[in-house]
Design a protein around this ligand. Structure first.
Ligand SMILES: *Cc1c(COP(=O)(O)O)cnc(C)c1O
Length: 449
């Protein structure tokens, strides 16, 4: 069962949490109890492939909400791409989460969520409209994951001025059940409109839902690459590893925190953020203050001044924060500090990390992965005693999504994966209307759906 992080509405089952996306009191759905796996089972993942690890972990969390045969199909079909792990040096590894169809780690969450939703909608003989706000990568992953799915229409809002051409084209070249709209504003505005639409009584009849990481279904599959990457590099049972996690809305990190609660031996999570430093400041001062407006950094999918999943993180540590970012109950902050350390990496350091990483290892990092690697390097310098623990840094996008930055920094044009290449020359569908405020958005939804 799931509760809302605002605690003002009743508990719901998995199906309801997935189809609603956000709780009725504007909180996020969170598991009441996180099930535990046995250490010997986690250790035995060494012998399993990604799909089988996925089935073991997900069936433990969702029980019999989806029969095993159907769940296996969902996982096999959803995770039909590689998740390679590369040894870099000493005890440090990089796990590449960018091999899905949109070359971003968001393919994990979006593809599994789409298939789970489709499964439940068929059972219920029902239809849904997905609203999604994107700072760059979510929109593309969601658009591709839900493309041509029966019973589901998708509306994606993105900040016109803040995303790359390729990121835009991943959403605007599809058509059919996918509607992508660029707004004048920031990602935070997109997110605000989407949240407001869910709470608006005039839109109740539309059966709206979310594929943002406010939907628990997005987090569920994001636990898997923690178990997977861990199982590929460890030698001993109970061996602890360090994860460096590029973080924006904190869905990526939440996947790891849930995996740890399930028993995954984690020495430390490094939450690597860009210049949007509300979280490291919170850990330092115990006072939470969002960054408003959010700062534009080259790791643009992490330009988030008030991460929505903070509500879940704080809930997990026995606190409460509302959707405005006001702390209702202070969490166990010493415990958070014990499990998570957070560094803010500015654009200058992000860029110099891409340069030095290339010089040292002849491998290309893109801006988000570079933020993760830079944070790991700081941790390695500050925590000498932890040098004996292995680390995994997640590379969350393909460098070809940021060709200008990469050329400028290392004078190499990153190789474009096939899935991106085919999009370059496709025709884009344009905005049906201009959206400048919430009312415009509301009218659009009322008139077009
Ligand atoms: C979304 C995203 C992140 C951050 O993930 P969150 O779940 O928002 O913390 C990091 N890198 C890339 C490339 C992304 O698209």
């Amino acid at each position: 069962m799931f509760h809302s992080t605002n605690y003002k509405t009743e508990n719901v089952d998995f199906k309801t949490a997935i189809l609603r996306g956000q709780a009725l009191d504007k909180g996020l759905y969170m598991l009441n109890n996180i099930p535990k796996l046995e250490q010997k089972d986690i250790f035995s993942f060494k012998e399993l492939n990604l799909s089988d690890i996925g089935y073991n972990v997900l069936s433990k969390i969702i029980g019999n909400s989806i029969p095993s045969k159907d769940l296996k199909n969902i996982i096999n079909d959803g995770l039909n791409f590689d998740v390679p792990i590369d040894f870099i040096s000493k005890n440090d590894y990089i796990c590449y989460l960018d091999k899905g169809p949109t070359c971003s780690f968001k393919d994990f969450g979006a593809r599994i969520l789409a298939r789970i939703m489709q499964y439940f909608l068929k059972k219920l003989d029902s239809n849904i409209i997905i609203l999604t706000a994107t700072s760059g990568d979510t929109g593309g992953a969601v658009a591709q994951a839900f493309y041509e799915m029966d019973r589901i229409k998708v509306v994606v809002l993105y900040p016109k001025e803040e995303i790359s051409n390729l990121q835009r084209k991943q959403m605007t070249t599809l058509g059919k059940n996918i509607n992508a709209i660029g707004i004048k504003g920031k990602f935070d505005d997109c997110q605000k409109y989407v949240k407001k639409a869910f709470a608006d009584k005039d839109l109740n009849n539309l059966n709206l839902s979310s594929a943002n990481s406010i939907n628990f279904g997005r987090l569920l599959p994001q636990t898997l690459y923690y178990f997977w990457s861990y199982s590929r590099i460890i030698e001993d049972m109970n061996e602890e590893v360090i994860f460096s996690v590029p973080s924006g809305n904190f869905g990526n990190l939440m996947g790891g925190l849930i995996a740890k609660k399930m028993g995954l031996p984690v020495r430390k999570f490094i939450s690597a953020v860009n210049e949007n430093d509300e979280f490291p400041n919170f850990l330092k001062t115990s006072q939470y203050k969002k960054v408003e407006p959010s700062k534009n950094c080259i790791s643009n999918a992490m330009n988030v001044g008030h991460p929505s999943n903070l509500a879940r993180l704080i809930d997990l540590f026995n606190g409460q924060i509302d959707e405005q970012g006001i702390i209702i109950k202070q969490p166990d902050i010493d415990l958070i500090r014990k499990e998570i350390i957070s560094y803010s990496i500015n654009d200058e350091l992000t860029k110099s990390t891409i340069k030095t990483f290339y010089k040292k290892y002849y491998k290309i990092l893109e801006p988000h992965g570079a933020v993760g690697w830079a944070a790991l390097e700081i941790y390695r310098k500050e925590y000498y005693n932890d040098l004996k623990y292995k680390s995994i840094t997640f590379e969350t996008a393909d460098p070809a999504k940021f060709p200008n930055e990469i050329i400028e920094l290392i004078n190499i044009y990153p190789k474009v994966p096939k899935s991106l290449d085919t999009i370059q020359n496709k025709k884009e569908f344009t905005n049906p209307i201009e959206i400048e405020n919430f009312n415009d958005f509301k009218n659009y939804l009322k008139n077009y759906f």
